[in-house]
Design a protein around this ligand. Sequence first.
Ligand code: AVI
Length: 339
Amino acid sequence: MNFNQQSFIKKSSRKGLRFFDNQPVAEDILSEVIAGLSQPQKVLPAKYFYDEQGSRLFEAITQLPEYYPTRIEIDLLRQHKESIAKLVKDDVWLLEYGSGASLKIRLLLQAIRPNCYVPMDISKDFLLASAESLMEDYPWLDVYAACVDYSQPVRLPADMITSAQKLGFFPGSSIGNFAPHEAQIFLQGVRNTLGKDGAMLIGVDLQKDKHILEAAYNDCQNVTAAFNFNILHHINRILGTQFNVNYFEHKAIYSENKSRIEMHLVSTMDQIVNISDSSINGGESKNIIFKAGETIHTENSYKYSKQSFIDLVEGAGFEVRECWSDDKEYFAMFYLHCC
Ligand code: AVI
């Protein structure tokens, strides 16, 4: 996904807020959904969790007692923000991959005082609302919001290619939502975007007892289940498809072999769902057949040991300058430098 001047749609009347819209278009989504649901193990890309409702549900997940990563990461940021600020240059731009509600960044803004903050997210309304609210609270800050699928290579617009240092921020262990080989390709792309002298602050969920992991993805209030179902609601909303979430169940299990949580939607009955885009005449269309018990694999969340993560980032062209973690070693925050 590229930023380009064509995609510029709005320069806010408020000084300091720019917005680029590169939201994926419906035809791409239709092909991607049909391709995923046509595989022997049906799959939907996890990025489709995140419409406005999905982003809200994810924020609710981060408040759950069972979901420890957010709390630990926030503690790490609070404890180490001054050390982080000392590692970066005075003239720095802060680029957040998958910024969501832009909450964690607030912990860093005051300490780092970047010249510009670039939140990147696929959920447009959520991104804009978060950017506006940030502008209210930090009137000195330039914000350059970009609606992009950040899992694709991001090319910076010409006016962003300044001599300032670029610090990438990728919290929440969202890196775990890529398979390790994809994570390495993604990080190589980030490394190219950040350029010489670039740095990266990245949060990683560490391997631990299976019961703690499974509880984090099967919470008692069923918020994670609602988040999982929302992928079908979202696809219904964009394509006009007729998935009935009452005919699916949420399932999340930890595979020790693969070091990953797998989330699935299990079809509770034999059913057929037509996939086409009701707004496009004569477009692609396919009936997807589900057997009872068959699943749609909606998300992987890989968990790393510290060493396996160091190996991964070094393979992507970064060197590890710092690593902070909590006492139980549940979660780690790495400060990387482009080599
Ligand atoms: C965004 N990502 C890091 C979350 C995770 O833990 O993999 C998404 C999530 N899925 C279910 N709960 C949270």
